[in-house]
Design a protein around this ligand. Structure first.
Ligand code: DMJ
Length: 699
């Protein structure tokens, strides 16, 4: 970022030098240069001096060495400097001023960066003095883990380390239609390496602002040390795999899945994401993200052949010894969650072995001064780090990995996964800076304190914090009351500070609060909330949560319904004023896109399960038809779109997110089912990427 201005300035001086010489050689009229402040050929100044500082070898060093005495040996250096300055052309002066401004800017930036570090350190000491976690551990040990004295996570924070790649660099590569399939991750196989350092070369790669740990040896052993053989969920047997049992709407979902999968299979096999329009693929982590995210959906939809082929790829091509940065949250909910869920549904040990290997590689992220994990970790080198521009992590990210790590501990008998994430949960529970249970969006990995205080949202960066409070409580058999209480307090905080009503339909929406200022803005992401509220009510929380769930469900439906394509924008703004013909849901040009997100249909699934009201199925059916009408790409796959308000040209954006298969189509399929035992919500809890994990039986 900073190099170009220097290069430009240098290039500029070169040009000046060439242009100055022309009139002196008599090329072109001398008058061209005879302007105030320019350098006329007849100017009395000393050409030798002028040439010397413009000459490449002398440059600014020569100018600097001339300072302190005038050319005629006099002592008035200020006068001499001023004369020299006056003799420069405007261009030359500008170049010099630009350079000086650039140097000043560099100085300023360095100062700001140092100041930030000082502030973080100060914050840390004040936390150590004043804001100690108030509570003892709030969560029980995993049922299978007691007898296993595994090393706990943590240890002293590492010296700042360097990371080599920052994610997600969405590289696009075109897949030859014929053989894209087999390239997968061959290069990442053990010992081979496309940049993969493997464990051996890993430990020394260190420097700026990250944590590195010695890679753990024998990452697959702990599984064998678990008490007894880990058991997949017994509920798996209840999933019907016979297509004959599927109703018409479920069959339509299966057809949509097959179409999406066909595109992925043809153009992106083994890669992270399909780019359906360009018939190519994009890499994020280089770990076959869509394939892993889709495993349990295929199982649930009864797509045995497709599941078997994907399983084969996991067995043969999925290796984690790669020098690649992954985002801790995204890879936990999609990859770890996907593998654990595939294990539970299929009973196939392969998925648990892969999950444990991957979980081990994520652990360095927790080695920070505060134990609040860094956002990114290199799964090959064990180097973890925050984003380049900050040492903050996102609150939703560090508090929405608990279901997966806890389940991994339960299955493997290795406590360290659970301990690491529960330490984070306890710490966040104890922090000040909340407002009636609502949390800010950022937390600093050095100080462990919330940052950017005073801004509250249920959308991006905070959303799944609330979801995981409830779901951890359910997962643990409803024994961890602190989680439930934090959740209840947060729902009251939402009621008190974030609810609004639109005009003319009086839709209830969840807005945002920034330093006391209410904004009628709601991300589509917030549409997870009706489902979560309904789930809580089903598990015995106050009945009025269900009423709020119903009201918000109507709103989320309208966010889809009021658009020309029938698909919600990424962000909606709600009209607060009574005006004739005004719509409740308004959209700004920058927010008109739709990424095939699941939240509306996710909540429809919960609402239908708990109420049995057909309208929720009908609303989901409308949305599936809209996806088919406006996002389906004929050659295979579905694409996110750029404008939900333009049914003629919805502007395909050439990207099929993995959650379309992992979540959106799965929730639609479950919504259309009339069998409450198909992944019963009394036996399973879905992680935030729709991967079902078993509810732990009461001890
Ligand atoms: C998914 O990865 C998860 O649902 C996450 O919680 C939010 N973002 C996407 C879907 O919108």
């Amino acid at each position: 970022m900073q190099a170009p201005p220097v290069a430009m300035a240098t290039a500029g001086l070169g040009k000046v030098r060439r242009r100055r010489r022309r009139p002196r050689l008599g090329v072109g009229p001398a008058e061209r240069w005879a302007r105030p402040g320019a350098w006329p050929p007849e100017a009395p100044g000393p050409p030798a001096v002028r040439d010397s500082w413009l000459a490449p070898r002398g440059g600014f060093g020569v100018l600097a060495s001339s300072l302190g005495r005038s050319p005629d040996g006099g002592s008035c250096c200020g006068c001499w400097f001023w004369r020299q300055w006056k003799q420069l052309s405007r261009l030359q002066r500008n170049v010099i001023l630009l350079l000086l401004a650039f140097l000043a800017l560099c100085g300023l930036l360095s100062f700001v960066s140092l100041a930030e570090e000082w502030k973080a350190l100060e914050g840390r000491s004040s936390e150590e003095l004043n804001v100690r976690p108030a509570n003892p551990p709030i969560l029980p040990a995993p049922r299978k883990a007691e007898a296993k004295p595994e090393t706990l996570p943590g240890g002293p924070p590492q010296r700042p380390q360097r990371h080599f790649r920052r994610g997600p660099p969405k590289l696009q590569m075109r897949a030859p239609e014929s053989d894209a399939k087999d390239r997968g991750q061959d290069a990442a196989a053990p010992g081979a390496g496309a940049g993969g350092a493997g464990w051996e070369g890993a430990a020394q790669r260190t420097s700026w602002r990250g944590a590195a740990t010695e890679p753990e040896q024998g990452t697959r052993d702990p599984l064998r040390k678990a008490e007894g053989t880990p058991k997949p969920s017994p509920q798996a047997a209840r999933i019907p795999q016979d297509p004959a049992q599927q109703n018409e709407r479920q069959q339509a979902v299966v057809e949509a899945f097959r179409h999406a999968w066909a595109g992925y299979h043809k153009f992106a096999w083994g890669h992270d994401e399909l780019k359906p329009v360009s018939r190519s693929f994009a890499e994020w982590f280089g770990l076959g993200l869509t394939l892993i995210d889709s495993l349990d959906t295929m199982w649930i939809l009864g797509l045995k052949k497709e599941f078997a082929e994907a399983r084969e790829w996991v067995s043969e091509k999925l290796w984690f010894q790669k020098n690649v940065d992954v985002n801790l949250f995204e890879s936990t909910i999609r990859i770890l969650g996907g593998l654990l869920s595939a294990f539970h549904l299929s009973g196939d040990d392969l998925f648990l072995e892969k999950a444990e290997d991957f979980g081990n590689r994520l652990m360095p992220a927790f080695q920070t001064p505060s134990k609040i994990p860094y956002s990114d970790v290199n799964i090959g080198t064990g180097v973890a780090h925050p984003p380049r521009w900050t040492s903050d992590s996102t609150v939703a990210e560090v508090t929405s990995i608990q279901l997966e790590f806890r389940e991994l501990s339960r299955l493997t008998g290795n406590k360290k996964f659970q301990e690491a994430v529960e330490q984070v949960a306890r710490h966040v529970h104890s922090l000040s800076g909340k407002k009636d249970g609502l949390v800010p969006m950022f937390i600093n990995t050095n100080s462990g304190l919330f940052t950017h205080l005073g801004v509250f949202t249920l959308g991006a960066r905070a959303d799944s914090y609330y979801e995981y409070l409830l779901k951890q409580w359910i997962q643990g058999g409803k024994t961890e009351t602190q989680l439930r209480d934090d959740y209840l307090e947060a729902v009251e905080g939402i009621r008190r500070h974030l609810l609004g009503r639109s005009e003319p339909r009086k839709l209830t929406f969840v807005g945002e609060l920034a330093h006391g200022h209410f904004s009628a803005k709601m991300d589509h992401l917030v549409c997870f909330l009706p489902g979560t509220l309904a789930l809580g009510a089903h598990h015995g929380l106050p009945a009025d949560h269900m009423e709020l769930a119903r009201a918000l469900m109507d709103t989320c439906y309208q966010m889809n319904r009021q658009m020309e394509t029938g698909l919600s924008p990424e962000i909606a703004h709600f009209n607060l004023y009574s005006q004739k013909a005004a719509k409740d849901v308004q959209v700004k040009p920058a927010d008109r896109h739709n990424l095939l997100r699941p939240e509306t249909v996710e909540s429809l699934f919960y609402l239908y399960r708990f109420t049995g009201e057909r309208k929720y199925q009908d609303w989901g059916w409308e949305i599936l038809q809209s996806f088919n009408a406006y996002t389906r790409v004929p050659s295979g796959g579905y694409s996110s779109i750029g404008n939900v308000q333009d049914a003629r040209n919805p502007q395909p954006r050439d990207k099929m997110e993995s959650f379309f298969l992992g979540e959106t189509l799965k929730y639609l399929y479950l919504l259309f089912s009339d069998d409450p035992d198909l992944l019963s919500l009394d036996a399973y809890v879905f992680n935030t990427e729709a991967h079902p994990l078993p509810i732990w039986a009461p001890a």
